[in-house]
Ligand binder design. Sequence first.
Ligand code: AGV
Ligand code: CA
Length: 311
Amino acid sequence: MHKKPLFMEHDGAIDDLLAQLLILTMDQYELIGINVSPADCYIGPAMESTWKILKAFGKENIEIGRSDASGTNDFPAAWRAKTAIINGLPAILRLPEAPETWSAPEASDLLARKLLESKHPVTILMTGPCTNLVKTLEQTPEIREKIESIIWMGGAFRTGGNVQTFEHNGSAEWNVYWDPESSRRLLEMELPITCIPLDATDKVPVTMEFLKDLSRGKQTLASELAGQFWALTIDTIPGYHYTYFMWDILAASYLEIPEAFRVEEIKASVSTRPPNAGQTIENASGKNIKVAFEIDKEAFYSYLLKQLSKT
Ligand code: AGV
Ligand code: CA
């Protein structure tokens, strides 16, 4: 069977690393590269965890790019710092030292090179802001025809957002809000994008019940690491929209179980100004995108349990 080439653009939060773990268990896809952006992470610790997870699965020859992008609206420092805890877990500490962060290829160079080199069109899974993707497309427009589709954890269409800060009315999702202008330009490009927004991810919180099921299943490298990563998210303050959800790992699962999602084709645009900067708005004069509004929760949770107990 020909495996479909997949490139991952992530931003180093625990959830992104869980999505990375999940794609390493997939049979239908071959991961051809990962870029890390310093959005919901600090770059050094996130590059280290990203490499170590590849190493744990014997996949350390997959190249990792480092983005030096900056967003208009920074993630809270306490969220960004959290990835460093991953590097303190015994199973991660026992792995060899990761390569030096600053010797990694620059992210837009890596993405352009991997797409141009690929024989088949590439699927891009994006679980952080789109700044690097937009930069790469603007620098190297010929990569456009090498893109099979883009799956983006981003947006909040028919539900409230998760940004709670000054000069904001709460209508935006963080990955879009980090860089509203690039997000606006991405939609303008009319690429084949499927968004997995808060409308879908709000339905799949990280629950103790799920973690219990995971802990009682077959113990594998993937299930043990995932269980430990999720345990680190349990102290996320409940209420105030701060509950931890399965944002990025839900988006990753779309690659293998698209039938578990209800997707609609809509027209949308992105606001770039207060009080709703980063809001993704359904509107008749917007651009075409696909948006997942519903997820079959049972199908998703059982897919996760099956995948994570495989190897
Ligand atoms: O808005 C969801 C995005 C996802 O890509 N991130 C987390 C996921 O990686 C931002 C985010 C929202 N709430 C958070 C976030 C929280 N409580 N902690 C860390 N990041
Ligand atoms: Ca993320």
